[in-house]
Design a protein around this ligand. Structure first.
Ligand code: SF4
Length: 465
């Protein structure tokens, strides 16, 4: 993995400055999803209790994860599913390739799996001669664009209809002047159908793995996972070990939360339980760790493993909505990315925790009550303690610390600042080099009198320092 530091603010600036359309549309589209989420959530009186219950089920499962993973594997094997164990991304990819090679698979269709994205599986297989087709529409758009997904639920949300019409015209021969969403979707469907029929294998991820049954659940809105699994003679599912839930009845809680939080609909169009191979076919599961055990041992960050990948925290985040997901330079972007990515590589993702307004909206919408904003602050502390802060922030925090530490310095700075803001605001506040914060902002008028001056005048005594 490359350790070149991701310059998330620089990347976001490029996204914003490319034109007048992309940022505004991205912001608006995601905000619409957030509003739909609010509408459907508020229609359920026990919504907050559901969130609490989901959080408790996940916390219970994670604190007994060894038992549940083994129970799941045992029950899956009893159903005729072949279970494999992968501790790293390399293990995962090697196992997938070995299964495919042993079945002489050359053509593979797959539905969306963030775990497979984490493992960078697609390029690994393509290098070894496997033709891989993404079947989720958004993922297919990203595959044809040569880009990673920018959102965990809507992978191509940063692209406009015009972008997609141009891409499809180049790659699958559609009319470049037709930007109608139905036309484009239909064209991709017609392009994808033969690939389902030709594929010798299919791959899925899993939204949930049920320990008591050994079955797994895949939620999609396009039915592409089901179509692949219904046709191909070989089905491989990549499952992160944190996907466990103890019982089938737990699904009643998570299914009610997932789609409402993700896209503001009551349920995904397809919620499929896979409980073993069809007659004459094979089903394999790769139970994958890839950093999850490490994260489980991090006292401040283990609860991020509760995440059910709904994307609600991204949709609501004012910084994500204006940055575009690709700016984060990681598999996971937005608030959930900020708390997951540094656990893989603290150097590479050291700027991510500072790409947040800390408004707390992410914590408010998370269906499994992950304290996302609090974890972002904790990651800032980690970066600060390990001296990984961006230079500008290190200087600013050093100066601010001194100002707040000594009352006389504070008073001097207050007087100097007031003067400077009055006579040289461009140098101090709107300086593009010194102060990134000020670039997009206008300060309100400053009051003539500070609170300290007012207090001294009206109370006629020195406040306690
Ligand atoms: S952190 Fe919460 S809101 Fe964000 S993707 Fe995960 S479950 Fe959804």
């Amino acid at each position: 993995m490359s350790t070149t530091k991701v310059k998330v603010a620089e990347n976001a600036a490029k996204f914003i400055q490319q034109d007048d359309i992309h940022e505004k549309l991205h912001d608006q589209n995601l905000w619409n999803v957030r509003m739909r989420r609010d509408t459907v959530a508020s229609a359920i009186p026990e919504w907050e209790e559901l969130r609490t219950l989901a959080s408790r089920i996940k916390e219970h499962t994670l604190t007994h994860l060894d038992e549940y993973v083994l129970q799941f594997a045992d029950n899956a094997e009893k159903r005729g599913i072949k279970v494999h164990w992968a501790s790293t991304a390399e293990d995962h990819n090697r196992i997938v390739y070995e299964i495919l090679a042993s079945h002489q698979v050359k053509r593979l269709v797959k539905s969306k799996s963030m775990l497979q994205e984490e493992c960078h599986m697609a390029p690994y297989l393509e290098k070894r001669g496997i033709t891989l087709t993404e079947t989720d529409l958004g993922e297919r758009i990203q595959q044809l664009s040569g880009q990673d997904p920018s959102h965990i639920v809507m992978p191509a949300i940063h692209q406009t209809k015009e972008d997609i019409a141009k891409l499809f015209a180049e790659k699958i021969g559609t009319d470049p002047n037709k930007v109608d969403a139905n036309y484009l979707t239909e064209a991709m469907r017609n392009n994808a159908r033969p690939k389902f029929l030709e594929a010798e294998a299919t791959m899925t991820g899993a939204n949930f793995a049920i320990a008591e049954t050994g079955s797994f659940v895949v939620c999609t809105n396009e039915g592409n996972a089901d179509l692949g699994a219904a046709i191909a003679p070989l089905h491989i599912a990549s499952i992160g070990i944190e996907k466990m839930v103890p019982k089938v009845e737990d699904m009643g809680v998570f299914i009610r939360l997932l789609s409402r939080s993700a896209v503001g609909t009551a349920a995904t169009q397809y919620t499929s339980h896979f409980s073993g191979p069809r007659k004459g076919t094979e089903m394999h599961i790769i139970l994958t760790d890839h950093g999850r055990s490490h994260r489980l041992g991090l006292e401040d960050f283990w609860s991020s493993l509760k995440c059910i990948r709904c994307g609600a925290c991204m949709n609501t985040c004012p910084v994500y909505r204006r940055s575009g997901g690709l700016s984060y330079g990681a598999t996971y972007s937005g608030p959930i990315g900020i708390i997951l990515d540094p656990s893989y590589d603290e150097d590479k993702y050291s700027e991510l925790p500072f790409h947040s307004s800390l408004c707390g909206s992410c914590t408010e919408v998370c269906p499994v009550r992950i304290d996302i904003a609090e974890q972002i602050v904790k990651w800032r502390k980690v970066m600060s303690a390990k001296k990984k802060l961006p230079v500008g922030l290190r200087l600013a925090f050093g100066v601010t610390g001194t100002v707040f530490k000594y009352p006389w310095v504070f008073r001097t700075a207050e007087a100097a600042g007031k003067w400077a803001l009055k006579f040289a605001p461009d140098a101090l506040i709107y300086n593009k080099t010194l102060n990134a914060w000020g670039r997009q902002r206008k300060l309100p008028e400053f009051a003539d009198q500070t609170f300290r001056d007012w207090y001294l005048k009206n109370r006629n005594k020195e406040p306690k320092a």
